[in-house]
Design a protein around this ligand. Structure first.
Ligand SMILES: Nc1nc2c(ncn2[C@@H]2O[C@H](COP(=O)(O)OP(=O)(O)OP(=O)(O)O)[C@@H](O)[C@H]2O)c(=O)[nH]1
Length: 619
């Protein structure tokens, strides 16, 4: 059998662990909140409705700060632990571990001090809770959250927004589906005006999670009673209303003991002509038991969903930890190994981009298949081989003695001039592929998960890879331009041998006599023929270069990038000292922080799972 103590104790332990990690269900936490999956009881009510009195009488001790205006300015998470009969009562704050408070006056003082530690001596509020545990044989296991009293007007020293701020804070607790609402309303006010009921009706319209508590029954006008409320006729809730008689201000001033106050309360109900028939279901002791039992049944019902939520969070955290990577080893050998491993992962991805599997490599083929042929087509050969230019070049090449048979020098100059145009597209192809490769390096770095945590190594790899690509580009340019230069250094003789001779050209197909070749030698037709011969020669060279430039580019740049992008980097790496290696593996501090947080949280969830397992086994 799982005992009530073990179940509520379990939730208490998990709640404490949550608070250590800053998980108190606040909205700005970027982890899923374990706190929010745990049931708790929040005490809600307007100022002076009797909240502190109810809390104290459940605990059976005076320990809450008293004063005028706004007293509770931070949520107080109050965990009550029942101890063995006869053992000494004491309190402990989570922010002061190992310090036992046996003087409850000192507890009150510490709550005040701790409140001010965050809010200063102002009247402002803060959502960061104070955690207080009370160990006593006179309490039941229960977790209560005391919240600032709802108010309608800001008092002096408070910002105008305080009314809304308090409501927002209270709402942030009570709107959670796991929150049990202890709605405190004073009996000497119309229930229709109760702040607590108004808010609980909004966040819990079915009334499932709301316990209505009516205080100050003794202060009602003579001849009136609160039976309509207590018997559920004024405002029906799923759970029965509980009436309470706390100590009056006069009792407090007279230091009336809590035990005395409890006895007086019991007597009040037992002897009341109005409430006598309800006496067994009234009073703060009954309320404490009722809450504790309810909390237990809620926890029991929630255990499967809490376990599910914990397991889900563990899975998420573990996968995030995998993603973030293991912490880095301290010795140089292990660090070198890590650097190499990360580099290899990067190289693998880079190769996948080139060879296929990842996109981008096809853009290199695009350079060869589209850009290069288009650039070749656009070269200004028409202008270069216009009749005027051919005539000018040929004539200038002949000098004062016109050529006798064929304008050899003219041909060579025209071809040389035309070939020099090929350098542009050759170099442009090299540059275009260079930029594709550079972009692939950038992408691959971004896609290498292992690199994400090392911004410094990322930059080092990027620099090394880009430096290598520059070298490959230089080599590529030299080779591609050399292919062009080779074309001008030795022409294809065969091509010219096959050209029809001037005399053959002059003869028309019918064989009729034509003006002799010599009459046309310096005419337009002559130069047009020269131009067209040079043009077909250049066409032939262009076809050749269209095929050979890609070979040069792939050989010098793509193949090299695949084989030796980081070769130099590896050589330098071997010479690095331990200190330099560890600098390379300097992690992003944000990431380190995140890993630490994840690890801590994972520990919390695992501990919580173990706790729940141990309780579940005893069931
Ligand atoms: N006679 C009588 N007085 C009560 C009762 N409950 C509370 N009081 C008095 O009402 C005043 C306010 O009670 P608190 O318990 O401080 O109310 P609170 O809601 O905590 O008020 P804030 O802390 O100001 O928000 C105190 O003087 C109490 O003595 C009650 O049932 N009967």
């Amino acid at each position: 059998m799982t005992t009530m103590e073990s179940l509520i104790g379990l939730v208490n332990r998990i709640q404490r662990a949550c608070t250590v990690l800053g998980d108190y269900g606040g909205g700005d936490n970027d982890f899923s909140s374990l706190w929010e999956t745990l049931p708790s009881v929040a005490v809600v009510g307007g100022q002076s409705s009797g909240k502190s009195s109810v809390l104290e009488s459940i605990v059976g001790r005076d320990f809450l700060p008293r004063g005028s205006g706004i007293v509770t300015r931070r949520p107080l998470v109050l965990q009550l632990h029942k101890t063995e009969e006869g053992s000494q009562e004491y309190a402990e704050f989570l922010h002061l571990p190992r310090r036992r408070f046996t003087d409850f006056g000192a507890v009150r003082h510490e709550i005040q001090e701790e409140t001010e530690r965050i809010t200063g001596k102002t009247k402002q509020i803060s959502p960061v809770p104070i955690h207080l545990s009370i160990y006593s044989p006179n309490v039941v296991n229960l977790t209560l959250i005391d919240l600032p009293g709802l108010t309608k007007v800001a008092v002096e020293g408070q910002s105008e927004s305080v009314v809304q701020d308090i409501e927002a804070m209270v709402r942030s607790y009570v709107e959670k589906p796991n929150c049990i609402i202890l709605a405190i309303s004073p009996a000497n006010q119309d229930i229709a005006t109760s702040d607590a009921i108004k808010l609980s009706r909004e966040v819990d319209p079915s009334g499932d999670r709301t316990f209505g508590v009516l205080t100050k029954l003794d202060l009602m006008d003579k001849g009136t009673n609160a039976l309509d409320v207590l018997e559920g006729r004024s405002y029906r809730l799923v759970h029965p209303w509980v009436g309470i008689v706390n100590r009056s201000q006069a009792d407090i001033n007279k230091n009336v003991e809590m035990t005395v106050a409890r006895r007086k309360e019991r007597e009040y109900f037992a002897s009341s002509p109005d409430y006598g028939h309800l006496a067994s279901k009234m009073g703060s002791e009954y309320l404490a038991k009722l809450l504790s039992q309810h909390l237990e049944s809620v926890i029991r019902a929630r255990i499967p969903s809490i376990t599910y939520s914990i397991n889900k969070s563990i899975d998420e955290l573990e996968s995030e930890m995998d993603h973030l990577g293991r912490p880095i080893a301290l010795d140089a050998g292990a660090q070198l190994y890590t650097v190499l491993e990360v580099c290899r992962a990067f190289e693998r991805i880079f190769k996948e981009h080139l060879d296929g599997g990842r996109p981008g490599g096809d853009r290199i083929y695009g350079v060869f298949d589209n850009q290069l042929p288009a650039a070749l087509r656009k070269l200004p050969f028409d202008r270069h081989l216009s009749i005027q230019n051919v005539k000018r070049v040929v004539t200038e090449a002949d000098g004062y003695q016109p050529h006798l048979i064929a304008p050899e020098q003219g041909y060579r100059r025209l071809i040389d001039g035309a070939l020099s145009y090929f350098r542009g597209p050759a170099e442009a192809s090299v540059d275009a592929v260079h930029f594709v490769l550079k972009e692939l390096v950038r992408k691959s770095i971004a896609e290498t998960q292992e690199l994400k945590r090392f911004p410094r190594l990322q930059a080092d790899i990027a620099a090394a890879a880009n430096e290598a690509l520059e070298r490959f580009r230089d080599e590529g340019k030299k080779t591609a331009v050399r292919l062009v230069d080779m074309e001008s250094s030795y022409l294809t003789v065969e091509f010219f041998r096959k050209l029809p001779q001037e005399a053959d050209v002059a003869r028309n197909p019918g064989g009729n006599p034509q003006p002799t070749a010599s009459t046309d030698r310096y005419g337009e037709g002559h130069f047009r023929r020269i131009g067209s011969n040079v043009s077909s020669y250049i066409g032939m060279v262009s076809d050749t270069l269209k095929n050979t430039i890609p070979k040069a580019v792939v050989y010098c740049q793509v193949r090299e990038a695949k084989q030796s992008l980081l070769t130099r980097f590896y050589t330098q790496l071997g010479k690095k000292e331990a200190k330099q290696l560890s600098q390379m593996l300097d992690e992003d501090p944000a990431l380190m922080g995140r890993r630490e947080q994840c690890a801590k949280r994972l520990e919390l969830y695992k501990a919580a799972r173990d706790e729940i397992d141990s309780v579940s086994w005893t069931r």
